[in-house]
Write a protein that binds this ligand. Structure first.
Ligand SMILES: Nc1ncnc2c1ncn2[C@@H]1O[C@H](COP(=O)(O)OP(=O)(O)OP(=O)(O)O)[C@@H](O)[C@H]1O
Ligand SMILES: [Mg+2]
Length: 392
């Protein structure tokens, strides 16, 4: 009958996440090693947005990421854009150190009508730029302000308006709406605090414990508190109050760097499949070669940045030389081993003329294969020939 309803008493589980949020979480975890706190906060805010529970007159989320260099702050933002929009280029990056003077601010918001160069300047922070990567399904923007401690007063004022009202007024008085944006701000501030004598121990100890697979919640909290306190001392309260989440990124330990090494090696292999002058080949490292790269690439102070530089220097540059000197060609299998003096890597060709489907079996499943030549599936040989032919 009309107006009747059934009373029940079913217990609900508010800790359960929706599938969209779960997808985001697993994508972030695949791309960024450690830094679970940041993953959790991004997923929470995204879930609030999906549920329509966010504050409508503000950006979807305002995040402040603190912590040492090379710990994944920028990578986390890129990974979020990659997961939600499918393109890291969707992140609008503002390096605050580059916008110190008023004429530089004009690059961000354009100059008022009548000013010199008014017509030529296309503001970096226009609505078109923010909406550029919107898709039919996902209308989100990602804005990253790097090194905010270097922002000038003028930039600071712009930032406060964006964080509070999701509005930016351009030089010509047009308004830019940031209510569909996730705003990320980064600073190394927490890092210098962590490396102070008493907490320097904490950071080093945290990395050592991570290496041993130990999670010390108290130590983590101590580092986080040091970061947040440093931020409170440095930034005015009206700024801190506008931030939804302050996350302190932890220094990376050996266990994390080991995982990042695997991710980075896959990225190098993917690059070879995507380009390498159109002649895809496979490289495999021996266990000793991996350990060597890890050893050379471990530096507490510079985190994964040092590891990436080491991979470039010891692996990517030599491979590039081998490609351009035509010692390595499409369809080759290159074995990378620890050299006889144990002080460098050596490169051997251990197979050639491999068709694409054989290469596919050798690499990680997450790697996208090079475009398959039409004849490849029928004739493995044809693929090899196609892979070898284009030479510049
Ligand atoms: N936690 C991580 N997981 C996976 N890769 C990482 C991680 N941290 C760093 N990297 C790798 O190192 C590179 C540099 O890291 P990233 O740019 O995120 O550092 P950052 O914390 O923003 O440092 P900075 O304060 O110097 O800007 C990334 O592009 C990524 O390849
Ligand atoms: Mg960064």
């Amino acid at each position: 009958m009309k107006g009747e309803f059934v009373r029940i008493n079913k217990r609900l589980d508010p800790a359960q996440t929706g599938t969209e949020a779960e997808k985001l979480q697993s994508n972030l975890k695949k791309r960024v090693v450690g830094q679970e706190e940041a993953v959790m906060q991004i997923v929470n805010i995204y879930q609030m947005h999906l549920a329509g529970m966010g504050d409508s007159g503000r950006p979807i989320g305002n995040f402040l990421f603190l912590g040492p260099t090379g710990s994944g702050k920028t990578r986390m933002v890129e990974a979020t854009a990659e997961s939600l929009i499918g393109d890291v280029r969707a992140v609008v990056k503002i390096d605050c150190a580059e916008f110190q003077h008023s004429h530089e601010i004009a690059k961000l918001i354009g100059s008022p009508p009548g000013y010199l160069g008014h017509r030529e300047t296309h503001p970096i922070l226009s609505q078109e730029v923010l909406n550029h990567h919107h898709t039919e399904k996902v209308k989100l923007s990602f804005v990253l302000f790097d090194e905010i401690e270097k922002a000038s007063d003028a930039l600071w004022n712009l930032l406060l308006g964006i964080l509070d009202k999701a509005i930016l007024t351009l030089g010509d008085n047009r308004r830019v709406d940031f209510s569909r944006a996730l705003i990320f701000m980064t600073s190394n501030l927490g890092a210098s605090e962590m490396l102070q004598p008493n907490l320097g121990f904490a950071a080093g100890e945290a990395a050592r414990q991570q290496a041993a697979g130990v999670v010390d919640k108290k130590l983590d909290d101590k580092i986080s508190r040091a970061g947040v306190e440093a931020a409170r001392r440095k930034f005015p309260p009206e700024f801190i109050n506008r931030i939804d989440k302050v996350v302190v990124f932890k220094p990376l330990g050996e266990a994390e760097l080991r995982k990042i090494l695997t991710i980075e090696l896959s990225i190098v292999q993917q690059r070879i499949f995507n380009s390498a002058n159109g002649a895809p080949f496979v490289f495999l490292l021996t266990e000793a070669a991996r350990e060597f790269l890890l050893r050379e690439g471990t530096d507490l102070k510079y985190g994964a940045r040092h590891l990436k530089r080491t991979i470039d220097r010891l692996l990517v540059h030599p491979l590039s030389n081998l490609i351009t000197s035509e010692q390595v060609r499409g369809g080759d299998l290159i074995c990378v081993a620890l050299g006889p003096a144990l002080s460098g890597l050596t490169f051997y060709k251990t197979a050639e003329d491999m068709p694409v489907y054989v290469m596919a079996q050798m690499v990680d499943k997450s790697i996208t294969l090079p475009p398959l030549p039409a004849a490849d599936s029928k004739s493995p040989r044809a693929a090899t020939v196609a892979a070898r032919s284009p030479r510049r």
